[in-house]
Design a protein around this ligand. Structure first.
Ligand SMILES: Nc1nc2c(c(=O)[nH]1)N[C@H]1C(S)=C(S)[C@@H](COP(=O)(O)OP(=O)(O)OC[C@H]3O[C@@H](n4cnc5c(=O)[nH]c(N)nc54)[C@H](O)[C@@H]3O)O[C@H]1N2
Ligand SMILES: Nc1nc2c(c(=O)[nH]1)N[C@H]1C(S)=C(S)[C@@H](COP(=O)(O)OP(=O)(O)OC[C@H]3O[C@@H](n4cnc5c(=O)[nH]c(N)nc54)[C@H](O)[C@@H]3O)O[C@H]1N2
Ligand code: SF4
Ligand SMILES: [Mo]
Length: 730
């Protein structure tokens, strides 16, 4: 007789957080299927979500603490042994050198675990760590900096009001595959086709004719030239009196900087750089400005070039000057149901440039520095040298520039520990790998990017499985470690913005848990019950009463600008000095480079590419996702293939100034001539049988970890528009 039960939960692999139904039997996961009753995802889920069953039940999963032995292998040890030793070693480093010797790298999956993200943050704050790294410098920090400069609020994440817009201009995003990022829209494909179905337009600006571009209008742009394209669009808007002057006056200050800057970039001059002909740019600007409503949106393709912050900045500027900011169908402001980020902003915790990195002198972005400098921070001696590193849910060896250099550096640490589901390419060099719970083994609350939701929504979930083996939630381990180091999370001065609610709980004699913190914040948030003052508001029981989640409004709120903008006068600032300086640098580059900016020795520009059945570096051990069998391949234009002497199905050698790789070739005119696209997250040498057996290589060997090559304002790694040349493979 089957004892199977089902539980309602949601996926936490990527940003839509699609509803899932888990079938559990005898404390084991039997299967996952899409939740037809989920109000937003409505029975949709992608292959990764369903295949997560194979991760959950993967025989290669790490289920017990592992310790490195003298011969470099791992042995199983008890939690007690592991934590005792880690606490002693960490305390020693800290006693000797303080917080400037202790670091943390927070990987992408922690963006979906509020408890791991919050408690690791508290832990590092308590230690006074000056070495905090995240995937942000390979992903979104440029967007945060743009928001800080424009709105005075780094975590403000303006997003396209898809259900109501008439025109989306999308730069460097491929939601048909990524399922949407920095926007929470589980059925984004449908949302986009609904726009065209009601007579609107979706224009995709991308060097590759992507899955999204094929379904909509495609404007092919040369990699890393979006800043020029956006300035030309603004040029036309200003020159042809397409500006919504009333909106500009009411919402912003400092427009003259951009008016003057854009004047220098007529489309006829930028065509050599962007590859987009002037007539197309002019028409696009007119159509965008005169559409009943319009919104410009950018994602990783807009963030990972040499001017990522400027590009993110200009994207919002285009919406603003055409009267499309903070209004229905335009670009609207994010609003957390649990106002964690808002609280942090108001407390001044979301800093920019409050401190600078030892290596490269980069401004902090909310206390975070570019991951690309980690290797040098470990190897460069002197005060502030990074000696002990904790990695929570990350695989930087495959995901940051120049992983090989990082591997060498990791070997020099006094202590390296990692919380993960697997032995991956990074933590295989650790002293300890600690078994983390999967998302099905932990409760969760929405935070971070969930605030960018065209339909305000709340769903929280209980754990649907007991942890397998000895897996433990990270937050509990951080707390335990703190205790074993003879310290406490909340004692010792103003630790962080969450300290006050934590202390309030403490006063009531309640143990401080991440969950209690979230419920407290939920109740005080924009939709909360204010502890009984607002009838029907959200509280600690809402999640149980509404397991599929609650829709909190038909549409995102507008008219939020006075609340959102934390700058003097409550106006968007269009002329921050950082942007003025960056515009000057852009101008300088424009003059110095050859007309199109290309390097004769490395004439091809490399960009990234995401695939439906990959999730960065960590789902290549799933038999279902790897069926085919699959292999990583470079997308090469027929002309470039012919010139380099490579053929479809063969191999190509890709050479940059910093390294070279060999990879399989797919010849396709989806990429334009002069562009090659290569997926990241391959080249497996971890503890995974299937992934290790797959062909593939780490594309980030081609990337530079020299600070001089990072984007200036946010320290973004240069991962798109990397100059390479192609040679026949061996
Ligand atoms: N060239 C190039 N490089 C890129 C990118 C690109 O477009 N091009 N994209 C960048 C981007 S956007 C990102 S976000 C980064 C990702 O960079 P990382 O976060 O460094 O790498 P991931 O591949 O996401 O690895 C996450 C690790 O977390 C583990 N994990 C999964 N779930 C959990 C969990 O619930 N708990 C714990 N503790 N561990 C878990 C996985 O086993 C895996 O080892 O890569 C970046 N690198
Ligand atoms: N299946 C799957 N889904 C994922 C992930 C995954 O690995 N696999 N990763 C998740 C993560 S961590 C993230 S951050 C999101 C990312 O979400 P998206 O940014 O929507 O996803 P990408 O596929 O990286 O899209 C970036 C696009 O930018 C284009 N591009 C590259 N260079 C340039 C340029 O210079 N200018 C312009 N205009 N375009 C450029 C690329 O061709 C690509 O189509 O996806 C998430 N979803
Ligand atoms: S799109 Fe796929 S991986 Fe992302 S949340 Fe939905 S089911 Fe999970
Ligand atoms: Mo990402």
């Amino acid at each position: 007789m089957s004892t199977a039960t089902t539980a309602v939960t949601y996926c936490r692999i990527c940003e839509p957080l699609c509803g899932l139904i888990a079938t559990v039997d005898d404390d084991r996961l039997v299967s996952l299927r899409p939740d037809p009753e989920h109000p937003l995802s409505k029975g949709n889920a992608c292959p990764k979500g369903i295949a997560f069953t194979e991760v959950q039940n993967d025989p290669d999963r790490v289920l017990h603490p592992l310790r490195r032995t003298a011969d470099g292998e791992f042995e199983q040890v008890s939690w007690d042994e592991a934590l005792t030793d880690i606490a002693v070693r960490l305390r020693k480093v800290w006693d000797e050198d303080g917080g400037s010797a202790v670091g943390h790298y927070l990987g992408n999956p922690s963006a979906f675990s509020y408890s791991a993200a919050l408690w690791s943050g508290l832990f590092l704050k308590r230690l006074g760590s000056t070495h905090q790294y995240t995937t942000g410098s390979q992903d979104i920090n440029s967007r945060f900096v743009a928001s800080k400069l424009l709105y005075g609020a780094a975590t403000q994440m303006p997003f396209p009001d898809l259900p109501r817009t008439d025109f989306v201009l999308m730069l460097g995003a491929n939601p048909h595959v990524s399922h949407g990022s920095a926007i929470r829209a589980p059925r984004i494909k449908h949302e986009l086709s609904a726009i065209t179905a009601r007579g609107g337009r979706v224009v995709v600006v991308d060097p590759r004719r992507t899955e999204t571009a094929k379904a909509h209008e495609h404007v092919r742009v040369r990699p890393d030239s979006d800043a020029w394209l956006l300035l030309s669009l603004l040029h036309v808007v200003f020159a042809e009196d397409l500006v919504d002057e009333a909106a500009v006056a009411a919402q912003s200050t400092g427009v003259d900087l951009l008016r003057a800057a854009a004047a220098g970039y007529p489309p006829e001059e930028t065509v050599v750089r962007t590859g987009v002909d002037a007539a197309t740019v002019r028409q696009l600007a007119r159509d965008f400005a005169t559409a009943p409503s319009a919104t410009a949106y950018g994602r990783t393709g807009a963030c990972l070039g040499r001017h990522g912050t400027l590009v993110s900045f200009l994207i919002d500027v285009l919406s603003l000057v055409t009267g499309n900011l903070d209004r229905p169908g335009g670009t609207v402001f994010s609003q957390g149901v649990i106002p964690l980020e808002e609280l942090a902003e108001r407390a001044g915790a979301m800093t920019y440039g409050a401190t600078h990195s030892r290596v490269g002198g980069f401004p902090d972005v909310m206390g975070i520095f570019p991951s690309g400098i980690m290797a040098e921070e470990i190897t460069r001696t002197g005060p502030g040298q990074l000696r002990a590193l904790i990695i929570t849910a990350g695989n930087p060896v495959l995901t940051v520039p120049d992983g090989e250099r990082l591997v060498e550096a990791l070997g020099r640490l006094d202590l390296l520990i990692s919380f993960d589901l697997y032995v991956n390419e990074t933590n295989k060099h650790a002293d300890y790998v600690l078994p983390a719970v999967t998302f099905l083994e932990r409760e969760d609350f929405p935070f971070a990017l969930t605030a960018a939701s065209p339909r305000p929504f709340f769903q929280a979930t209980e754990a649907v499985l007991k942890p397998y083996g000895e897996a433990r939630p990270e937050w509990e381990v951080f707390e335990e470690l703190m205790h074993r180091m003879g310290m406490a999370m909340t004692s010792g001065g103003p630790l962080s913005f969450v300290n006050r609610p934590l202390l309030a709980l403490e006063k009531r004699g309640l143990r401080l848990t991440p969950r209690r913190l979230m419920v407290t914040l939920l109740r005080t948030g924009p939709f909360g019950d204010r502890f009984g003052l607002r009838r029907g508001g959200l509280n600690g029981k809402t999640a149980t009463e509404h397991p599929h989640g609650v829709v909190l409004g038909e549409h995102a709120s507008t008219g939020l600008l006075p609340e959102v903008v934390l700058l003097p006068g409550k106006k968007v600032r269009l002329d921050p000095p950082e942007i003025a300086e960056e515009l000057a640098r852009l101008g300088e580059r424009h003059r110095l480079d050859g007309a199109d900016g290309s390097d004769p020795e490395f004439p091809i520009l490399l960009i990234g590419l995401r695939e439906i059945r990959s999730q960065n570096s960590w789902m290549h051990n799933s038999p279902t996702l790897m069926k085919g069998p699959r292999r990583q391949s470079a997308r090469v234009h027929p002309n470039d293939a012919a010139a380099a002497g490579v053929v479809d199905g063969g191999t190509v050698r890709i050479v940059s100034r910093h390294g070279s790789i060999e990879v399989a070739v797919t010849v396709t005119d989806d990429v334009g001539p002069g562009t090659v696209a290569v997926p990241h997250g391959w080249g497996h040498r971890g503890g995974w049988h299937l992934a290790n057996a797959s062909e593939g290589t780490n594309v980030n060997r081609l990337m530079s970890s020299d600070p001089a090559d990072f984007e200036t304002l946010a320290g973004m790694s240069l991962l798109n528009g990397v100059a390479v040349r192609l040679e026949p493979g061996s």
